[in-house]
Write a new protein. Structure first.
Length: 258
């Protein structure tokens, strides 16, 4: 299992958040990632991870007020100061806990404000990239599919790569989530080849169910071969929603390794 990092925002979700760290270790994982760990102080998380012998690999910037439909602030005009507060929080947690990547969430927008939102996104990310220089932290931009997130600022990996070129910072990369990319664009193998120099992290889940990656329209053994072919040596985040008890659905890993 050394290649995988378990996303404990979705996996082991039948128990309290901190207990998911121990559950991941018991299931054989040495790496975990999550979305929003901010309800717990850094020392509490650090102690729990250390006692379990588990490393936290990545986290997200805060979502904002989800009751109002917010899902990140990086691309929201007029909210730049709040974004910086969220980003500073994420960086503090990442450096304090040893996480190497931060997913910087763009946010949901009014389609009429898309151009202004993209300018805000680029400006905020350029500043954030300067902030993390020398820290060893990489910032990730993820396209979210428009079926699940119809108002999210960026929904296609091709568009993220165009934004990355505009930002021009080597410490800002593409989060290549096969679930979202397959829904919006498909042609996963060629997209991996096309975007290989921009990929900072990979995540997987079955399409369209978002369950364990042993069903649906993507052949993940083939996907892993494609990752090998482009020279990807990073971790693969398991950001899927288990069909039942997480431990009962891990058999796919042994099948894929056979």
């Amino acid at each position: 299992m050394p290649r995988y990092t378990a996303n404990i925002s979705f996996m082991f979700a039948d128990r309290p958040f901190l207990d998911r760290i121990d559950a991941a270790k018991a299931a054989g994982f040495t790496h975990v990632e999550c979305h929003f760990p901010y309800e717990f102080p850094i020392p509490v998380l650090k102690d729990r991870l250390a006692k379990a012998g588990v490393s936290l690999t990545g986290l997200n910037t805060a979502a904002g007020d989800t009751s109002k439909g917010e899902w990140g602030l990086a691309g929201i005009p007029g909210r730049e100061n709040e974004f910086r507060t969220h980003f500073d929080q994420a960086l503090s947690y990442a450096t304090g806990l040893g996480a190497s990547v931060i997913h910087v969430m763009a946010g949901n927008i009014d389609p009429n404000e898309r151009n202004a939102a993209l300018k805000t996104y680029v400006s905020n990310l350029r500043e954030a990239a300067k902030t993390v220089e020398g820290s060893g932290v990489t910032l990730l931009l993820e396209p979210l599919n428009s079926r699940d997130m119809p108002r999210y600022l960026v929904s296609r990996s091709d568009d993220i790569v165009s934004i990355l070129k505009e930002i021009g910072a080597p410490n800002v990369k593409l989060m290549f989530d096969a679930y979202h990319v397959q829904i919006m664009e498909g042609d996963l193998t060629r997209r991996l080849e096309r975007h290989k120099d921009f990929i900072g992290h990979v995540q997987i889940a079955a399409v369209p169910s978002r369950a364990e990656p042993d069903e649906g329209e993507v052949s993940f053994p083939g996907f892993f071969r494609a990752l090998d072919a482009i020279g990807y040596r990073g971790l693969v985040g398991l950001e899927y929603k288990p069909r039942g008890r997480t431990e009962d659905g891990l058999g796919w890993m042994k099948k894929f390794a056979a």
